[in-house]
Design a protein around this ligand. Structure first.
Ligand code: HEM
Length: 264
């Protein structure tokens, strides 16, 4: 099953061009949802106003080479490993889900545009990557959902309590779970059930990409922007108008050791 391209078998009933248009429509939905969210929440306006204000208190002018170095390092270290989550389970779960999703999306596009249709060859590697991406997303996402979510791990709410803020993670998990189930059932010739899961797969994609405006989807664009701005502000001395770190070591006494910090 892992070497099988489910889109290729689907192309016997649905033209590959329909699948290609679907992917293009999903990309457009991301762009529209994010732009409307930025206009409505005014976060981009705040971001640039803040960056402009901070620049006034800069103590050092950064050159192009220095800026490029900071941006490259932030991309590889901070963004590429979600360093803001510190060391531990939360970061590991996020990295698994993040790379799983990127792999799943990229391989979906490659499979549909390059390896689906009568005159197209097969790629076991890309089919494998599609399945591995979905599996990694499930591991990271379900781990987060059942055990690490703040509502569950710190606020003692049951894992099945669902609120609007869960739209993103649940739609993401639905996409990879239904995608895997569709591929498995299609491979095992369970025609009726495979179409049921295909419909669920399509519906969850429509919810994930159509819900960008209401969900946390766009954090994957905002977070990298904020990390780059923070590191540039640190390097030019403006520090986003925050006070410099204290030079004395942090002394909290022994009380801090009594309980694992879980109060957000
Ligand atoms: C394809 C890219 C990404 C995916 C699929 C993804 C997925 C997720 C998911 C499912 C959550 C949980 C959302 C919730 O609270 O319900 C999350 C939270 C978070 N993400 Fe991402 N993310 C991506 C990119 C990024 C990037 C680039 C950063 C930072 C540079 C980032 C930082 C965070 C942080 C700080 C949280 C809060 C984590 C927590 O509460 O434990 N994410 N992300």
């Amino acid at each position: 099953m892992l070497n099988n391209n489910p889109f290729s078998i689907l192309a016997e009933t649905i033209p590959p061009s329909a699948m290609q248009y679907f992917i293009i429509a999903m990309v457009l939905l991301i762009a529209v949802g994010t732009i409307i969210q930025m206009i409505h929440h005014k976060n981009l306006t705040y971001f640039f106003a803040n960056a402009k204000k901070a620049k006034l208190s800069a103590t050092k002018e950064l050159g192009i080479a220095e800026k490029t170095g900071i941006i490259a390092k932030t991309t590889v270290v901070d963004i590429g490993t979600t360093s803001e989550l510190g060391f531990g389970k939360r970061r590991l779960a996020h990295v698994l889900g993040m790379y799983g999703t990127i792999l799943f999306w990229v391989s979906s596009a490659v499979l549909v545009f390059c390896y689906t249709g009568v005159d197209k060859s097969n790629s076991e590697t890309w089919s494998m990557l599609w399945h591995v991406g979905a599996i990694l997303t499930c591991i990271g996402g379900y781990w987060f959902w059942f055990f690490l979510r703040v509502d569950v791990s710190a606020e003692a709410h049951p894992w099945y309590r669902i609120i609007k803020a869960d739209l993103f993670v649940l739609a993401l998990l639905a996409c990879s779970t239904f995608g895997l189930a569709w591929s498995y059932l299609q491979f095992n010739d369970q025609v009726g059930l495979s179409y049921l899961f295909l419909i669920l797969f399509v519906a969850s994609n429509l919810i994930l990409f159509g819900g960008v405006y209401w969900s946390k989807f766009a954090h994957m664009f905002y977070k990298p922007g904020a990390a780059i701005q923070k590191n540039l502000a640190e390097a030019d001395g403006s520090r986003d108008n925050l006070p410099p770190p204290a030079d004395a070591p942090e002394q909290f006494g022994l009380g801090i050791k009594r309980e694992e910090p879980k109060h957000y």
